[in-house]
Design a protein around this ligand. Structure first.
Ligand code: ATP
Length: 681
């Protein structure tokens, strides 16, 4: 292997790949062989060879025949060998003159040459041919020698080529193996790098974990230090407390000793108290017996009181009349007035209440001009069982009514009705407002009855209560507790021994005052719904709430039944058919109200006459109202009429009419109320 080649292959391993590529180039483009390089470093082999031939051929005479080249000589070599044989150098037959001149033979143009000349020329030519032949032979010998030399060189070159090919193959094998080694080394390096990166990552994570742990530990340490600080403080505090407790313990021990002494004293006192308690128990038992006796006395006194009340009622006659004047309302005054007091004075009717002791009198007065132009003052005085002034409260009114309402628990039929013109306060009196101070007579009476039944339980009475709430509008009965549409269902009034009953109406068992209030609210809402269909319906209809009560006494074997009717009458203002104009509904309403109110007056008048004469037909059937209240208006019932009056001067005439009607009722005596009791034994 040549030194340069060997050296190139022994260069460092890092240049292995690059070197391999260079060697490939060398394979495609072989370098000059070292033998040639040594022989002629600056010129190519062929040029060299041509140069040799030219130098050799150029000196001798040109051969007559084209010399044949060696077998291995290329075409170029052949041409190069014959190149020196220029046409000008070869003698041509055509220029015989020139030849002759050169050989010295003279030639004539007109005849053939002499035989001597020709012979001379021939000899010359033969010698020339011989010399050429000789030169050619020498040339051939030289060429053969050259050929041998060239062949040996070629053989040498082929040997070199073979050796170099082998070296090249070996080098390639080595290169391949080195490349494989390199690839392996590169893979190994990659694997090592990855492993290294993983290890670095693991170490970094580990480091972070450690950092975190250190931070946590530092935090724990900080907390523990804080705890320790607190514990130290607590310890100091505890020490102080222990010191205090020790002092306190000493004090307590001293107190304990003192208390022990006190306990001894108290023990003896306790023994004494036990004796006292025993004595007091005996006293208590005696007192309880006395209370029982007193309660019995009280019950008997209550019975006496009720008997006396009923006796008073009987003596007074069974129709009583209360008169109540409502206060002036802001809505009664015109809006946007400057002098309210003056407006009030002008709006109010002249009403006085002279009887300030018994409150039984009401006096109305008014000034008018006579036909002669003189001022005339008229005064009207009325007396009733009670007169309530505008400032009277619901409670004050009910106080006068409560005994009457309660008497239904004794088996009486009671009827309380509110009479008066529209807006005079009938609904306020009977139903009242939602506030406890404004609650009306119906809820109060219900409360009272429930309370009485509770109280009478101790005397052996058990009661069942039931109620119904009806409306009479245009002489049609509607059930305010029912579900049916108003003015559609036909209800009939039936009277029999057990009392008054209306067909197809809801009669609710009453369990508590709250239950009754819920029913009243329901009735009112039904009425309100109906009122949207027909304006002012509540003013134009009568409402009758009936509470029926039945009681039995297991101790005495008695039984009783009574009814409490609470009636809010339609507005009593004088209505006439012409006032209703063309409104047919209004006309019908007016006729119905007139009919029922005058029927009520007729019934009361007839009852009065009957009690005087003893025999009189009572026209109950003239209206639904009187027929419904028949059992509560008859001689053996208790009836109270509350006359409601408007305080307004504008309503004076209506008030006078109402007062006259109430006086008529008040002056009627309709006999003695009778208890409906029977013995069940
Ligand atoms: N004693 C009173 N104290 C305070 N306000 C009263 C009193 N009496 C009635 N009122 C009020 O006067 C107004 C008319 O009263 P209410 O509706 O009771 O009259 P009414 O005679 O029932 O009328 P209607 O026939 O239209 O039902 C109501 O706003 C009521 O609150």
């Amino acid at each position: 292997m040549p030194a340069s080649f060997a050296n190139s292959h022994l260069s460092s391993s890092t240049n292995l790949k690059r070197k391999a590529y260079n060697d490939d180039d060398n394979i495609d483009h072989p370098r000059k062989l070292p033998a040639i390089a040594e022989h002629n470093a600056s010129r190519p082999l062929q040029q060299n060879r041509s140069a040799i031939n030219v130098s050799k051929l150029g000196v001798g005479p040109p051969p007559l025949t084209k010399p044949r080249g060696p077998a291995i000589t290329t075409a170029r070599t052949t041409r190069a060998t014959s190149a020196p044989l220029k046409p000008s150098a070869v003698p041509r037959p055509a220029s015989r003159v020139a030849l002759a001149s050169r050989t010295g033979v003279a030639r004539t143009t007109s005849g053939p040459l002499a035989p001597t000349v020709i012979s001379t020329q021939f000899q010359t030519l033969q010698s020339q041919v011989a010399s050429i032949e000789h030169a050619r032979a020498a040339d051939v010998a030289r060429l053969a020698a050259d050929m041998d030399s060239e062949r040996s060189k070629v053989a040498e070159l082929q040997a070199n080529h073979l050796a170099m090919s082998r070296e090249l193959a070996t080098a390639r094998t080595q290169e391949l193996s080195q490349r494989r080694d390199l690839v392996n080394a590169s893979d190994e390096l990659d694997a090592l790098r990855k492993k290294h990166a993983r290890e670095v990552m693991d170490i970094e994570m580990d480091l972070k974990k450690r950092d975190r742990e250190i931070r946590e530990l530092n935090e724990d340490l900080r907390i523990v230090r804080g705890d320790l600080e607190r514990e130290r403080d607590a310890g100091t505090l505890l020490k102080a407390t222990v010191a205090q407790q020790s002092t306190a313990q000493i004090t307590l021990q001293a107190q304990n000793s003192a208390l022990q002494a006190q306990i001894g004293a108290l023990q003896s006192s306790c023994d004494f108290s036990a004796d006292t308690v025993t004595k007091l128990r005996l006293d208590l038992e005696m007192a309880q017996k006395r209370v029982e006796v007193l309660e019995q006395d009280a019950r008997e006194a209550e019975m006496v009181r009720r008997r006396l009340h009923n006796m008073v009622q009987e003596l007074k006659g069974n129709i009583r009349v209360f008169c109540r004047v409502r206060p002036l309302l802001p809505s009664d005054l015109p809006t946007n007035i400057d002098d309210v007091e003056r407006a009030r004075a002008e709006a109010l009717a002249n009403v006085v209440y002279p009887d300030q002791r018994d409150h039984r009198e009401i006096v109305l007065s008014a000034s008018s001009e006579s036909a002669t132009g003189q001022e005339r003052k008229e005064t009207w005085s009325f007396g009733f069982d009670k007169v309530f002034e505008p400032h009277s409260t619901q409670a004050e009114v009910f106080e006068e009514i409560s005994q009457l309402a309660q008497s239904c628990t004794d088996g009486y039929n009671v009827c309380i009705f509110a009479y008066g013109q529209t807006g005079s306060g009938k609904s306020f009196t009977m139903e009242g407002g939602s506030a406890s101070s404004t609650v009306g007579m119906i809820p109060r009476a219900v409360d009272q009855v429930f309370q009485a039944t509770e109280d009478l339980k101790s005397k052996g009475w058990e009661y069942t209560l039931e109620g119904q709430f009806l409306e009479i509008y245009n002489e049609t009965i509607n059930d305010l507790l029912g579900n049916g549409e108003f003015d559609k269902k036909k209800h009939e009034i039936k009277h029999d021994k057990s009392g008054t009953r209306v067909t197809d109406v809801v009669v609710q068992a009453l369990h508590s005052p709250a239950h009754v209030r819920a029913l009243l609210a329901r009735a009112n809402s039904r009425r309100t719904v109906a009122a949207t269909l027909m304006n002012e319906r509540s003013s134009r209809s009568h409402s009758v709430f009936t509470l029926r009560i039945r009681g039995t006494n297991a101790l005495t074997g008695e039984a009783c039944s009574g009814a409490l009717n609470l009636v809010d009458l339609a507005g009593s203002e004088r209505l006439n058919a012409s006032g209703a104009g063309s409104d047919k509904e209004r006309l019908k309403e007016t006729q119905s109200i007139n009919k029922s109110l005058s029927a009520l007056g007729d019934v009361i008048a007839a009852l009065g006459e009957k009690s005087e004469k003893g025999d009189k037909h009572i026209p109950y059937r003239n209206s639904k109202l009187t027929y419904l209240l028949q059992n509560s208006l008859s001689g053996n019932s208790k009836t109270l009429m509350v006359l409601n009056l408007s305080p307004l001067a504008a309503h004076l005439n209506e008030s006078l009419c109402s007062l006259r009607f109430a006086t008529k009722v008040n002056n009627t005596t309709i006999g003695t109320a009778k208890k409906q009791t029977k013995s069940t034994s």
